[in-house]
Design a protein around this ligand. Sequence first.
Ligand SMILES: NC(=O)C1=CN([C@@H]2O[C@H](COP(=O)(O)OP(=O)(O)OC[C@H]3O[C@@H](n4cnc5c(N)ncnc54)[C@H](O)[C@@H]3O)[C@@H](O)[C@H]2O)C=CC1
Ligand SMILES: O=C(CO)COP(=O)(O)O
Length: 313
Amino acid sequence: MTVSVLGAGAFGTALAVTLAGNGPVTLWGRDAAKLRTNPKLPGVSLPPEVKATTDLAKATAADTLLLALPAQALGAFLADHAALLDGKSLVNTAKGIDLTTLTGPSELIRAACPAATVAVLTGPSFAADIACGLPTALTLACADADRGEALQAELSTQTLRLYRSTDVTGAELGGALKNVIAIAAGAVMGRQLGDSARAAIITRGFAEMTRLATHLGARAETLTGLSGLGDLTLTCTSDQSRNYRFGFSLGAGTEFDSSTTVEGAATAQAVAALAGKLGLDLPITAAVAGLVTRRVSVEKLMQQLLNRPLKDE
Ligand SMILES: NC(=O)C1=CN([C@@H]2O[C@H](COP(=O)(O)OP(=O)(O)OC[C@H]3O[C@@H](n4cnc5c(N)ncnc54)[C@H](O)[C@@H]3O)[C@@H](O)[C@H]2O)C=CC1
Ligand SMILES: O=C(CO)COP(=O)(O)O
């Protein structure tokens, strides 16, 4: 089996570097000048087993294609290149909900590439950690258990340990929704509201993640695994996280580089809209959607959250 990574940002590059330990791997990016080094991965260079290319036809000749593009770019990419992608094993790594369709990446893939095998690779992992060979454990979810087992073997490396699941919905929602909660956690810390408030946001945020995901057919236990609670914990507590840092800047009132990929910003708006359609109460997500669109201040949001009717846990 042959593997290509499509998308040469921080995460795609890191995945190619670790997969090179298993044998040849192709890394596709649209910009030749940015293919061999990534400023977000200082000191990391591509090993000789990684063939870097801007030729998508060449890259998509592989059997397994890892999609490492931002979630909001995925729909157009799939539509533009469906003929090259359909029929392959497509392993999504983007963590977000599409703002146009209010669906996750696996649904976008199924719609554009009906003959593809859909899988998701997700969980707690910073690109720099993977690229530097630090130990990492992720979830590989595929509804086809046999194909999932084959992908697990193909994509595990000496330092990247993959656990298997058949719950694609649960795994991908965990990854998408934790980014929204990480913005809230960052805002709380940026506004100096304290570690206790952050713990409350993480816990009640997890309740929201579980409420939406199970409503959409996910298994609750998937949310307690690496792809849900594992990634939520990492992202809400590390200033390596871009979502956390973005939230921190909103809380502190400081500048933030708008070219940074912050998946939780669009995803908060998508999930708030989806929750409205489904009649679900997701107050932290609604607060983050208000915050990222600058409609409401952190103080006002905290007041709103604290003044909600008292309820059972
Ligand atoms: N960086 C990290 O630590 C991790 C990132 N992820 C996920 O991976 C996804 C990608 O994130 P990063 O690589 O970190 O972002 P990044 O900002 O480092 O790179 C994004 C890459 O996508 C490319 N791109 C954007 N639109 C494109 C299009 N239409 N066609 C082709 N290429 C396009 C950009 O040129 C850039 O190379 C996100 O969904 C993120 O949540 C998941 C786990 C860890
Ligand atoms: O998904 C990640 C860690 O698992 C990366 O998080 P950020 O996109 O917030 O940096």
